[in-house]
Design a protein around this ligand. Structure first.
Ligand SMILES: Nc1ncnc2c1ncn2[C@@H]1O[C@H](COP(=O)(O)OP(=O)(O)OP(=O)(O)O)[C@@H](O)[C@H]1O
Length: 308
């Protein structure tokens, strides 16, 4: 835990999170912070987490240990409120349904992130952010077929009382009714790609997204680089094969299906037309999106399983 005499502990909680996660969280707070300055802020609507986080970002005089309690959507909003703030340390309490970002730390389980004893002796990990047309993302930004899948996933989650991986499969099936590939005019740094037809393009900081897929298995959250996965013009008959290998990050063994590269800036020229963009699972319509890496923007505090 980030400690110090004046340390303030701020929990930003999405109350719509999994009930058992919320229950564990409240018990953990009670037992670990009997006397300290603890503030629990519950989100009430879309983007509220960002507004709450920003309020603390402006209070530069006091050190703050902030906890993002929810799913990747809550984390996304908080990161947009505190990017670049050196007086805030951020821990993630993954009580959402997907929580793909924390899967990056593959030596830690979801339970480890909920264990404040492990957080007490935790370690600081500096984290870069992606930025597109003024908005940050901590995990991934993508374009193409997988954005349509994400949109359907969000719809299924709203409409049906289903959780876990099922909305992702349903979203994929719904998206297959439309063409899988489209034309992209892509520039990576000063290199314009000659290849234009792709099924989707994923730019990553972390390693997992979309319920557990692994576009850039070697991505590092603190290497000051964008990792870019380009999925080629996949036919309907190849989608199942792709999904299977993509989940394990084995798609790179099939260069006819996909390839990965690195860069500092990725630009999509859309002739001022809007394109659906997926930022950490949130959907936006952007014109001519330009994605850059912004280094060392967040101090993450993650649990440690080391004895001492
Ligand atoms: N009280 C609230 N009522 C309705 N929506 C809310 C409320 N608080 C937060 N939200 C919205 O919930 C979404 C975030 O949900 P959550 O944190 O579970 O993320 P998620 O995108 O579902 O992630 P994951 O897939 O990891 O579970 C955001 O769009 C946010 O604006």
């Amino acid at each position: 835990m980030a400690e110090g005499r004046n340390m303030k502990y701020v929990f930003i909680v999405n109350p719509n999170s999994r009930k058992e996660g919320l229950y564990t969280l409240m018990n953990q707070i009670k037992s670990h912070f009997p006397n300290e300055k603890v503030i629990i802020e519950k989100t009430q609507s879309m983007n509220h987490a960002c507004h709450i986080a920003r309020k603390y970002a402006f209070k530069e005089e006091e050190p703050i240990h902030m906890f993002a309690c929810g799913g990747d959507g809550t984390l996304h909003e908080i990161v947009n409120g505190i990017a670049g703030c050196k007086h805030i340390t951020l821990s993630i309490v993954p009580i959402g349904t997907g929580n793909d970002f924390v899967k990056y730390f593959d030596h830690l389980s979801r339970e480890d992130f909920l264990n404040f004893d492990l957080l007490k002796k935790g370690e600081i990990v500096r984290c870069d952010l992606l930025k597109v047309n003024g908005e940050y993302a901590i995990n991934t930004i993508s374009f193409g077929f997988d954005v349509h899948v994400a949109m359907h996933v969000n719809e299924y989650r709203k409409k049906l009382p289903v959780r876990g991986i099922l909305p992702y499969y349903l979203g994929m099936l719904s998206s297959l009714r439309k063409p899988i590939s489209s034309s992209f005019d892509i520039q990576i740094d000063d290199h314009k790609l000659e290849e234009k037809i792709f099924s989707f393009v994923v730019i990553t900081n972390g390693r997992y997204y979309g319920g557990g897929y692994k576009p850039c298995p070697q991505a590092l959250i603190n290497d000051s680089k964008l990792d870019i996965c380009l999925i080629r013009d996949v036919k309907r008959t190849e989608i199942l094969k792709l999904a299977k290998v993509y989940e394990k990050g084995d798609h790179l063994n099939y260069p006819d299906l996909a390839y990965v590269t690195k860069g500092n800036v990725v630009s999509l020229h859309t002739n001022n037309q809007e394109i659906y963009t997926n930022l950490d699972g949130e959907i936006r319509l952007l014109k001519n999106p330009t994605i850059e890496i912004v280094e060392n923007q967040i101090q993450l505090l993650i649990p440690s399983k080391n004895k001492e």
